[in-house]
Design a binder for this molecule. Structure first.
Ligand code: SF4
Length: 224
């Protein structure tokens, strides 16, 4: 049973005392009452707004009001970059509080992007295991290797093989291995080289153009 800003009950929408979140919940209550009147209780409730703060407030109220599962989402969240941030801002506080049974990340983009974003959000909140963790540094004056394409390439490999591993791509050996010591595997940049490490322990130094293959070979050997 879905309510959003565009489908509010007409009388409730015109109520000038209710906040927008209260209108969403009151509108849902009205529709739920109709279903319950006819003995139908197999209900999931969705109260999507396009504003993160209002949506959080609405779902918090709904969690206290209804005995039914809640489907979370920020609707009309925008194109990918904007929609990802808005959805994470709206859904993460609720999920951390234990509110929500299913989610959708709504994006003006390909449907596959929505699935990937949902997996990533749930994984970052420790609610979904089967996804990799990539750790990569923002780069700075110490960086002497090309961190950005390496981080993207490593993530693409981990996602393609659906590996639940924590892998670090760090720009320098000064801070990299230490900062990423909790990673299962990692690369830290040197001067035209990368240092390959595993659980904080240095394995060997490899040339820049061989580093990706060396990392993958190490992972695949361990998996085998
Ligand atoms: S890991 Fe090294 S290169 Fe990357 S941000 Fe930290 S200090 Fe800079």
């Amino acid at each position: 049973m879905g309510v959003n800003s565009g489908s509010l009950d007409k009388d409730i929408a015109e109520n000038s005392v209710f906040s927008h979140a209260e209108k969403l919940v009151a509108s849902a209550q009205k529709h739920v009452a109709i279903l319950e009147k006819y003995g139908f209780h197999d209900i999931v409730i969705s109260l999507k707004g396009s504003n993160a703060i209002e949506t959080i407030e609405a779902y918090r109220k709904a969690a206290k009001t209804f005995p039914y599962p809640l489907h979370l989402g920020i609707t009309e969240a925008g194109p990918k970059d904007i929609g990802l941030i808005r959805s994470a801002a709206g859904l993460a506080p609720l999920l951390i509080e234990g509110i929500g049974d299913t989610i959708r990340i709504s994006l003006s983009d390909e449907p596959e992007e929505e699935i990937l974003a949902a997996k990533r959000l749930l994984h970052d909140l420790d609610l979904y295991e089967r996804y990799p963790t990539i750790i990569s540094c923002p780069t700075c004056g110490r960086t002497q290797v090309n961190v950005v394409p390496m981080a993207k390439r490593v993530l693409a490999y981990l996602e393609e093989h659906n590996l639940n591993l924590k892998v670090a791509v760090m720009g320098c050996v000064v801070n990299g291995p230490g900062e990423a010591r909790h990673a299962d595997y990692g690369l830290a940049g040197g001067n035209g080289t990368w240092v390959l490490f595993k659980k904080g322990k240095l394995l060997r130094t490899v040339k820049e153009d061989e580093a990706f293959d060396a990392l993958i070979a190490t992972i695949e050997k361990d998996i085998a």
